[in-house]
Ligand binder design. Structure first.
Ligand code: URA
Length: 188
């Protein structure tokens, strides 16, 4: 158990637990307000994120920021954003189960310090690991489940919305639902 955020970030910064540590440019620890009560979890860094060391700074990230802004949320203020794996998988392939396994301790430690009341999984990889290995995200996104006192929901990954923009209204509904849940839990 880490005592504080700085201690955790320092311990994570040189991680070489899996092969991704050899190929990354930068480890992408996360971004946002660790005091926030809402934790977003993505899949893993892409090319831009690897270069900048910050999650969701490429095209997916720009769309994510727009969607957050539409419901009056700000990545630096009322949420924290982390990924399932902290280093970029080569050619943006899905992170392998063993890479996720090696990395999840860091996410658990982040979650233990943040103590979120809400977790939003961005896309299938996070949703399967955090919510339900059998989740079918196309059908079950937007559904809330409570686990260990934390409310959780999966939504469509912004990259999927870039591939199929017709799905954007569905994802926007999820963001509105997040806002409602925040109100219900008196988070702001
Ligand atoms: N996609 C993700 O899942 N995470 C990022 O940080 C960037 C793109």
């Amino acid at each position: 158990m880490y005592q504080n955020w700085q201690e955790l970030e320092k311990a994570c910064s040189g991680c070489q637990k899996c092969i991704l540590g050899k190929t990354r440019t930068n480890l992408v620890f996360g971004v946002g307000n660790p005091e926030a009560k809402v934790l977003f979890i993505g899949e893993g860094p892409g090319e831009q994120e690897d270069l900048k060391g910050e999650p969701f700074v490429g095209r997916s990230g720009q769309l994510l920021d727009k969607m957050l802004d539409a419901v009056d949320l700000d990545r630096h203020k009322n949420i924290y954003i982390a990924n399932m794996v902290k280093c970029r998988p080569p050619q943006n392939r899905d992170p392998l189960p063993e890479e996720q396994e090696e990395c999840i301790g860091w996410l658990r430690a982040q979650t233990a310090l943040i103590r979120p009341k809400i977790i939003v999984c961005l896309g299938r990889i996070a949703a399967m690991r955090i919510i339900d290995p059998k989740i079918k995200i196309t059908r079950q996104h937007g559904q809330w489940v409570e686990k260990g006192g934390i409310w959780m929901m999966a939504t469509l990954h912004p990259a999927a919305l870039l591939r199929d923009p017709r799905k954007k209204p569905e994802a926007f509904e999820d963001f509105l639902s997040l806002r409602n849940k925040m109100r219900e839990l008196q988070i702001d």
